[in-house]
Design a protein around this ligand. Structure first.
Ligand SMILES: *Cc1c(COP(=O)(O)O)cnc(C)c1O
Length: 352
């Protein structure tokens, strides 16, 4: 604390990211990173970019990356926005679209950064409770609002909302913006990007941190009506006109071009998720159906806290949120490599 802080800094409640431990040899299943490394083609592009051109500012429009994304999804380049991680894209869109008279709606159990941005930008919000199965019920969002945002699949539950339900929401909610945060969509869902030409009230965000295994590079994107993208560009150019560096622009484009590596990585995660789900089930765990690269699970005889602590003592790190009460006994376990998943199960066997 310092007397030089602006008043509002005292009021902020910052996001607490999952731990990035310095020790090696840990089985790290706590922040939903991809078990497979990035595409070798991406790494080759990164090496090729590391030369004297780093003296120059990058393309402020990140055209090469937008081109690759537009072509991957069959949309126009002016329907694409990119940022330094999807967290930055989210920060811009909260400021640009959600500062309204009516409250922003999002699930009570969801990505905890949403609440943090509301604090940062003084946005009024209402947390809408998930239903009894910890699922998003679209009907609960059909009321006056200044915007709606949720991840699909939701985090940390992993539950997927079908595209038909998202479309129903878009049809009923035309007076405010609906943002679908698709950080995990590639692990089992169908992207709502296919709906953007029909719904100007829809914005979809994605990240290269999860399914494209590039969390260390920080690349995120939004796809929607060109007028929405225009609004985001106005914010970006009032904040930092060069958010993506030269290396990230080229590497991000290469990641979208290497479909083969991407498909292989997603298939590995999905098959390992199924395996892990089965093994947990055999041991009495109750897991929510997941379309993401993690499982949200609990054991009827063991508290979430004791399991997380027991795993940690043996070098296996998973995420335990503790709050709210309703999810206090759940663990969020990232799907790792076959070896990591095996180690997790063996360690659990010593604890149960
Ligand atoms: C990981 C995650 C993000 C942030 O992704 P970055 O691009 O790494 O900033 C956004 N939303 C959800 C739901 C996430 O899980």
């Amino acid at each position: 604390m310092s007397k030089y802080w602006s008043d509002f800094v005292h009021q902020l409640e910052p996001y607490v990211p999952g731990e990035q431990p310095k020790m090696s040899k840990l089985v790290k299943l706590n922040t939903n990173e991809h078990p497979l490394g990035p595409s070798p083609k991406v790494l080759e592009v990164i090496r090729g970019e590391a030369d004297e051109r780093l003296r120059l500012y990058p393309d402020p429009d990140s055209s090469q990356l937008k081109e690759a994304i537009a072509s991957y999804y069959g949309v126009q380049r002016d329907q694409v926005f990119v940022g330094n991680g999807s967290d930055e894209v989210l920060a811009h869109l909260f400021l640009g679209f959600f500062k309204q008279d009516k409250p922003l709606l999002f699930p009570d159990i969801t990505y905890s950064f949403y609440k943090v941005y509301c604090g940062l930008y003084q946005i009024d919000y209402e947390a809408v409770p998930l239903d009894g199965e910890l699922a998003i019920a679209v009907d609960d969002y059909l009321k006056p609002n200044g915007g709606i945002i949720f991840p699909n699949p939701n985090a940390p539950t992993g539950r997927l909302l079908p595209l038909s339900e998202i479309e129903r929401l878009l049809q009923a909610n035309t007076e405010s913006l609906v943002v679908v945060d698709e950080a995990y969509i590639d692990f089992g869902g169908e992207s709502a990007i296919s709906l953007i030409n029909r719904y100007p009230n829809l914005l979809v965000t994605q990240t290269l941190s999860k399914s494209r295994s590039l969390a260390g590079l920080r690349i995120g994107l939004a796809v929607g009506d060109a007028a929405l993208i225009d609004g985001l560009n106005r914010i970006k150019d009032s904040f930092n006109s060069y958010p993506l560096d030269r290396i990230a622009i080229a590497a991000g484009a290469a990641a979208f071009e290497d479909r083969e590596w991407f498909d292989k990585g997603c298939e590995l995660v999905i098959s390992q998720r199924d395996w892990l789900d089965g093994e947990l089930d055999k041991r009495g765990f109750e897991s929510l159906p997941s379309a993401a690269n993690f499982l949200f699970t609990r054991h009827p005889q063991h508290s979430g806290e004791s399991l997380a602590k027991g795993l940690r003592e043996q070098g296996v790190i998973v995420r335990h949120f503790g709050k709210p009460e309703r999810i206090a006994d759940y663990l969020r376990i990232t799907v790792g490599t076959p070896e990591q998943n095996q180690a997790l199960i063996e360690t659990l066997d010593t604890l149960l």
